[in-house]
Design a protein around this ligand. Structure first.
Ligand code: DPP
Ligand code: ZN
Length: 849
């Protein structure tokens, strides 16, 4: 198994002017006819080497001349055609088996729907091709299938022809005028329901919008449609980007490895990011749909019109597009809550990855399986990098710079350096020192020291840069650091953006009456870890004007308190007092719910030199119980004030009320009194929204087991026909802290709803279990053994799913010696498996190194 390196990049030797595809779809197989007009770019190249996975060739022609076997070579991963002229038409006919494709890459079946997923390298399993993003071509696609079973036949671009044939088959032809790489090719065939709408662009073109789904789910598509129109308008207003085809199609399928895919004019979505109604989707689901629909739409410009030269540039489109969807969600909802949620998920997933043996720069230097690099580093840290550029340039220059980027590179496959060139060229700001963010891994730390005398406040900042995974030293970073100073009464003295660029530097503030209070990394302006001794957390929680630092201070104060308890100290009463003040704040309700949340186990674990979960749980549970006892009345009032009237509407006020009320219920749960149990049961029984229902169910499962069985049974019988809702059921049971979780998870695999071939279900049963610290890390190794068995089993079905599950072992290098030894045995066992996929091999071998 060999790695591919960025430094080995070579331009393609051939170009493809146009490609004409025909798909003849049958129940047992499909015949693909691929006619490409090709040109030599490099005149010396005699052999055309096309990417091709497990090719079953039917026929091969050059310029209508059928080729003899001596003219080509087929290997496991390629088709080489010998002695090709400088200009020619190549016709390849081959046979594929979408029905047997469990990897869900290339052309496959999700239930009864034919669909595709070609990013990054699925297209080569459909037909031989130059399957690399820097080969862009104009596609015309004809899909032929049985008219009755597959009345809907879709591909990229505009529909140009439909023919009903005598043999009860129908043929539909699509033409996409925009040149694109093969990873953006898509095809769908099925008997689908749909909703339709339209959008008029700023320049007056009408666009037909369709969302397709399994019949019966049409009524669950309206939120997605609304989100699509909001995204189209936002991109016009914020970036001056209009849509460029007459039609925009979205198809929801149940079996999908990722969240969604931005194929030109034909997005294919995991149904979890399309389907929602108030009975079956939580508030978080509604928000997730809005952001993923927008994300894929925004790719039309950042990804499709301008694409990546090679896969090492993935963050060029993903970091930028995540930043765009985060800003979109912030504009449409609560900006402060959006920012905190984004930072939370960055720290829960990306910081953990960055501290692990699989850490990599947002622009990696090598890969074995590109599928393993659709990571929170490339996506979320990549978005933070764009956000820092936005901060350094300011809104106006940033817009000038993105305009220049679109103008300069439209229709091209480019690199992150090209993007940085545009940012620099339009703004006049030198970003050469900023490039480090693209090429180094690990989360930078910043040590903060303060001194004050004679009216002079000195801030000394020292960058602590982690080594790369291979232990090489790395360089200091360049970034914007937003900060403020407050006086003793809580008034803001100044607010400014420092630029940090050296390993150690001093910032001086003069003419101050007394020692100011520092508010640092406001709005989380840089994705770093701030290390500050004796910060004024309680004060900042009360007075800081920056909503992020307020939140951060509450978190840090809680972390400090829990850690002191882990060292055997009493509960810090000033923390309890400060927490009490939060309960009284009259602020945005969702924001308040965030302020009241205690730090996650993962947050605490990231700070341990040698990770051990039990002391964390013990201290956190003790603190939670103490807060519940101390503030029972106040929290109960919060619950009651926000619980009634019980409505299901998804406007921001009602979503805020629900998140605060549910936070209150979670705070009260550790009281474990019959009264709270009854209250939770009533919330479950009377709930009108899925958010209320799952929170209640989760609390019953974990705290009031006497009531849990009945509620779980009710939930199951109500929703067993809705797979998306059943994901929630499996997740609650897999994440549970009750006795016997592993045994139940094992049994649930036999449930008629569970299907190991559907990634969402695997993620919610097995994936969630692998993140259930209590049982995954059980000291008898039962959790490790079970997950290792599953990885080995699923690796044969869907390697991408398997290597995703393997991520749970990333903590290996940092975990305590006992657990480490137990893990090592299981990891080695996976590695010894015959014919392990390169996906799983890459992740496990890096972890074990
Ligand atoms: N390119 C896709 C996305 O991020 C991959 N899932 O939208
Ligand atoms: Zn994306």
């Amino acid at each position: 198994i060999e790695a591919i390196y960025l430094k080995d990049y070579k331009k393609p030797a051939f170009s493809i002017e146009s490609v004409n595809l025909e798909f003849d779809l049958y129940e047992e197989f499909a015949i693909v006819t691929n006619i490409m007009k090709m040109n030599k770019v490099d005149g010396n190249e005699k052999t055309l080497e096309l990417h091709s996975t497990d090719l079953e060739l039917v026929e091969l022609y050059i310029n209508d001349l059928k080729l003899k076997e001596s003219r080509y070579i087929i290997s496991k991963e390629s088709l080489s055609v010998l002695n090709v002229p400088s200009e020619f038409t190549l016709k390849v006919v081959n046979k594929i088996y979408p029905q047997n494709n469990t990897e869900l890459e290339g052309l496959y079946k999700s239930g009864s729907i034919f669909c595709t997923q070609n990013e990054p390298e699925g297209f080569r399993s459909i037909t031989p091709y130059l399957d690399r993003p820097d080969v862009m071509s104009v596609f015309t696609t004809t899909v032929i299938a049985d008219k009755e079973s597959y009345p809907v036949l879709l591909s990229n671009g505009n529909k140009v022809d439909t023919k009903d044939r005598v043999d009860k088959r129908r043929s539909v032809t699509w033409h996409d005028p925009h040149p694109k790489p093969s990873y953006l090719f898509a095809l769908v065939a099925g008997d689908l329901g749909s909703i339709t709408d339209e959008f008029t662009t700023a320049s007056g073109s009408n666009v037909e919008l369709n969302i397709y789904c399994d019949k019966g789910n049409e009524s669950k598509c309206y939120h997605a449609m609304k989100s699509l129109k909001e995204a189209m308008l936002w991109d016009e207003q914020k970036y001056g980007r209009e849509y460029d085809l007459d039609i925009y199609n979205i198809v929801a399928v149940d079996s999908f490895n990722m969240g969604a895919m931005e194929n030109k004019g034909l997005n294919i979505f995991n149904s979890a990011y399309v389907l929602a109604d108030e009975d079956s989707a939580s508030d978080a689901n509604f928000m997730g749909i809005q952001s993923v629909i927008a994300h894929e739409y925004f790719h039309n410009w950042t990804g499709n019109r301008i694409t990546c030269r090679d896969w090492f540039q993935l963050t060029l489109k993903e970091g930028l597009t995540v930043f765009r969807d985060q800003c979109f969600s912030a504009d449409l909802n609560s900006a402060e809550v959006q920012r905190i949620d984004d930072v939370k998920s960055l720290r829960e997933r990306q910081f953990v990855e960055d501290a692990s043996p699989t850490a990599h720069p947002i622009q990696p230097k090598s890969y074995i399986s590109m599928n393993n690099f659709y990571t929170s580093t490339v996506y979320e840290k990549g978005a933070e990098v764009i956000r820092m550029i936005h901060t350094l340039l300011g809104e106006e220059n940033y817009r000038k710079a993105t305009d220049l980027y679109f103008k300069s590179f439209d229709g091209q496959a480019v690199t992150t350096d090209d993007f940085l060139w545009a940012m620099q060229e339009a703004s006049g700001i030198d970003l050469s020192a900023f490039k480090t963010w693209y090429h180094q891994s690990g989360t930078p730390k910043l040590k903060v020291e303060e001194s004050f005398s004679d009216g002079v406040y000195k801030l000394t900042l020292t960058q602590v840069i982690p080594n790369a995974v291979d232990s090489t030293k790395q360089n200091p970073y360049y970034y914007p650091l937003k900060m403020g100073l407050l006086d003793e009464s809580g008034e803001e003295i100044l607010a400014q953006t420092l630029v940090v660029s050296k390993e150690r530097e001093e910032f001086i503030f003069q003419n101050l009456k007394s020692k100011p209070i520092l508010s640092i990394n406001r709005a989380f302006s840089a994705p770093i870890i701030v290390e500050q001794k004796s910060a004024e957390y309680a004060f900042l929680m009360k007075y800081d004007s920056d909503s992020f630092v307020k939140y951060e201070s509450a978190q840090n104060f809680a972390v400090e308190t829990i850690e002191s308890m882990m060292r055997g100290q009493e509960i810090n009463s000033s923390f309890v007092e400060a927490y009490g003040h939060l309960l009284d704040l009259d602020i945005d309700l969702s924001y308040k719910a965030l302020l009241l949340e205690l730090p996650s186990v993962s947050t605490l674990m990231q700070r341990q030199d040698e990770v051990d979960f039990e002391p964390i749980y013990e201290a956190k549970e003790k603190l939670a119980k103490h807060l519940a006892v101390t503030f029972e009345d106040k929290v109960m009032k919060l619950y009651v004030d926000n619980h009634f009237p019980n409505v299901s509407a998804i406007d921001s006020l009602n979503m805020g009320k629900r998140s605060l009320k549910n936070r209150a219920l979670k705070i009260l749960a550790p009281l474990e009194t019959p009264a709270i149990g009854k209250l939770t049961q009533a919330q479950y029984n009377e709930s009108l929204s899925m958010s209320d229902r799952v929170v209640a169910l989760d609390i019953l499962e974990n705290t009031f087991s006497d009531f849990a069985l009945e509620a779980l049974g009710d939930f199951y019988s109500k929703y067993k026909d809705q797979t998306l809702v059943m994901n929630k059921y499996f997740s609650i049971l897999s994440a549970s802290h009750r006795e016997g979780v592993l045994k139940r998870v094992i049994e649930l695999q036999n449930d008629e709803v569970y299907d190991e071939k559907v990634p969402n279900l695997v993620r919610s049963l097995i994936g969630v279990f692998a993140r259930n610290y209590k049982y995954f890390h059980a000291k008898d190794a039962s959790g490790y053994k079970f997950v290792a068995d599953k990885i080995i089993e699923i690796d044969k079905i869907n390697p991408q799913m398997a290597s995703g599950l393997a991520g749970a072992f990333k903590i290996y290098s940092r975990i305590n010696t006992l657990n480490k030894e137990l893990m090592r045995v299981e990891l080695q066992r996976i590695l010894n498996t015959k014919e392990l996929s390169k996906n799983s091999f890459e992740i496990i071998s890096k972890i074990l190194k």
